[in-house]
Design a binder for this molecule. Structure first.
Ligand code: ZN
Length: 225
């Protein structure tokens, strides 16, 4: 006889892709590779099912030419449009005044009129990521879009207090995510870093919610009809 805890009860699912099909989703990351690591599977899924997905990389701090090519390759693999916020050469986010950074992100929201914005979280420990998160917050005054944070992105595993409250099933797009992460050869192969931990982490998140691979998101704001 099965005990209650042995019964596999899968939660009902509503496709995130159907929510945003035919609409624009704006994903914002501080650096090249942040979006692929944090939500590469989600972005590929959104794009493949009809959303217009814009990957905005805020800055390229150094090795501009190499990292710009890698960012474009990563976006191409996921099928997304690439936008470099501070384009034209190497720049650091902290060199820009907060009011100017907010102004740039405001312009981005005005230009794309997104149905959803996904960005870093306030659980992150990288100061550039926190600067982007904090500069994204006030853009919510401009329009009524859904607003999500993704898991802190890092090159090596560290303990982080990030608690997703919604998960995207990326079982169909995990390979695209891994491929897009690998496009950033200067960060991984070039530094001897392992990318396989991102697959393992997606698998652990999937096991928490009853699918093979998942990405966790923190919903900051969402309108339900
Ligand atoms: Zn980063």
């Amino acid at each position: 006889m099965k005990r209650a805890c042995d019964v596999e009860v899968r939660p009902s699912r509503q496709s995130i892709a159907s929510r945003y099909a035919g609409r624009t989703v704006l994903a914002i990351g501080a650096h090249p590779d942040d979006l692929e690591i944090g939500i590469g599977g989600t972005l590929a899924k959104l794009k493949s099912e009809g959303a217009n997905v814009v990957m905005c990389v805020a800055s390229i701090p150094k090795d501009y030419d190499v990292r710009r090519v890698e960012a474009k390759r990563g976006a191409d693999i996921l099928g997304c449009e690439l936008k470099i916020l501070m384009d034209g050469g190497p720049k650091r986010i902290e060199d820009v005044k907060t009011c100017d950074l907010v102004g740039m992100l405001d312009d981005l929201v005005r230009e794309y009129q997104p149905a959803a914005v996904l960005t870093h979280s306030n659980s992150d420990f990288h100061n550039d990521h926190l600067l982007i998160y904090n500069a994204c917050l006030p853009t919510q005054r401009l329009a009524y879009f859904d607003f999500y944070s993704y898991h802190p992105t890092n090159c090596r595993p560290v303990p982080i207090a990030f608690h997703p409250n919604v998960y995207v099933d990326i079982s169909d797009t995990i390979d695209a995510k891994m491929h897009a992460i690998s496009a950033h050869g200067s960060q991984f192969g070039g530094r001897g870093l392992d990318t396989e931990m991102y697959r393992e982490f997606a698998h652990i998140q999937g096991r928490m919610i009853g699918c093979t691979y998942a990405e966790g998101l923190d919903v900051q704001r969402m309108l339900l009809a």
